[in-house]
Design a protein around this ligand. Structure first.
Ligand code: PLP
Length: 349
């Protein structure tokens, strides 16, 4: 990656962005005197209350440093090592966590084909068997990502159907919400309505991709699922000693409407980008643009031309499908300049 790319705001990922200025301010504001360690501080108590406000009075939130930890520890809290977790083949827990879910939960991950990032009852049904058979991993969790890794959204009905199915089979529904704010912004609904009201049992809530410097939360539907979680988090090396620096960021994100402003903006940038590029004959949008990511197939020479100036990932080397992610600090000018460069590249070749 050359310096020109590093200085540009690109479209590689929403975690290539910096932290929002209000988040930096919140960190600075708690950087005085001393306060209790390991979450025994005022900011952590008030951030936990804010999560109850957004997700429901009976829910319980715990803070960790990153999204992989949120997923792994959330899953660990609802499984035994002889269980299995069913997820999409495209799930972050399957392809982007270096096997951490398998290593730390001990569970077997069972993946199902998910061309649009989503799993359905039909795709998971063949794997739900063997209950009570000691030769077989015990199906325990269905894990979904909302929005999916492909920028699509499960409808509320789809989530409800999956949670009903999970519960009928004595299983849990886990949700990776690394970008849950983008989903809420797209639906124009609150967090409770799009998660626990639909039967989700435990979820990862992303802060980093929506403007935090670092920090994610694990949110449980109620206290009954949290019995051993304090030990699980500490043994999992994610009990932050200066937790107030994570908590203060969540306070800033969730106490006013910063979370939705940031998410709405990122979604809007992706919408504009997809509308503009879909006017070009040589560009094929491959997924519905429902949050802040755009997936498209473009000619190889244009990938190279664009990557000379902007960072982004080639999602599939075979089909030349690329992923363009927008973030809270992507500007409309960034999008227009990117689109102009693509137009020029297509015309010149
Ligand atoms: C869907 C999804 N889940 C979880 C994560 C969290 O990853 P990390 O451990 O890098 O914070 C990411 C980040 O890319 C993600 O895209």
């Amino acid at each position: 990656m050359n310096t020109a790319i590093e200085k540009n705001r690109g479209f590689a990922s929403d975690n290539y962005a910096g932290a929002h200025s209000e988040i930096i301010e919140a960190i600075q504001n708690v950087n005085h005197a001393h306060d209790g360690a390991y979450g025994n501080d005022q900011n952590t108590q008030s951030a936990k209350e804010l999560f109850k406000h957004h997700f429901g009075a009976n829910t319980e939130a715990y803070f960790v440093y990153n999204g992989t930890a949120a997923n792994v520890l959330g899953l660990q809290s609802i499984t035994n090592s002889f269980d299995s977790i069913i997820c999409a083949e495209t799930a972050h827990i399957n392809v982007d966590e270096c096997g951490a879910p398998e290593r730390f939960t001990g569970c077997k991950l069972i993946t199902v084909h998910s061309p649009n990032g989503k799993i359905t009852i039909d795709t998971i049904k063949p794997h739900i068997y063997g209950f009570g058979d000691p030769h077989h991993s015990q199906p325990r969790v269905i894990s979904i990502t909302q929005p999916t890794e492909l920028g699509t959204l499960y409808t509320e009905d789809e989530i409800k159907t999956l949670s009903n199915y999970a519960h009928e089979n004595n299983m849990y529904l886990h949700l990776d919400g690394a970008r849950l704010s983008n989903a809420a912004a797209s639906f124009n609904k609150n967090f409770k309505e799009i998660t626990f009201d639909l039967g989700v049992d435990v979820l990862s809530f992303g802060g980093t991709k929506n403007g935090l410097m670092f920090g994610e939360a694990i949110v449980f539907r109620d206290k009954s699922l949290t019995t051993n979680f304090d030990y699980i988090r500490k043994q999992g090396m994610q009990l932050a000693s200066k937790m107030r620096f994570i908590s203060a960021q969540f306070e800033a994100l969730l106490s006013n409407d910063l979370w939705i402003k940031n998410a709405r903006h990122a979604n809007k940038m992706a919408r504009i980008l997809s509308e503009e590029v879909s006017k070009m004959e040589e560009v094929k949008i491959t997924q519905n643009v429902e949050a802040n990511g755009v997936f498209a197939i473009i000619p190889e020479h244009s990938i190279l031309d664009l990557q000379d100036k902007y960072s982004f990932y080639v999602w599939d080397e075979q089909s030349l499908e690329v992923r363009w992610m927008c973030s809270f600090d992507t500007t409309e000018e960034d999008v227009r300049n990117f689109v102009s460069l693509l137009k020029k590249s297509l015309k010149d070749n």
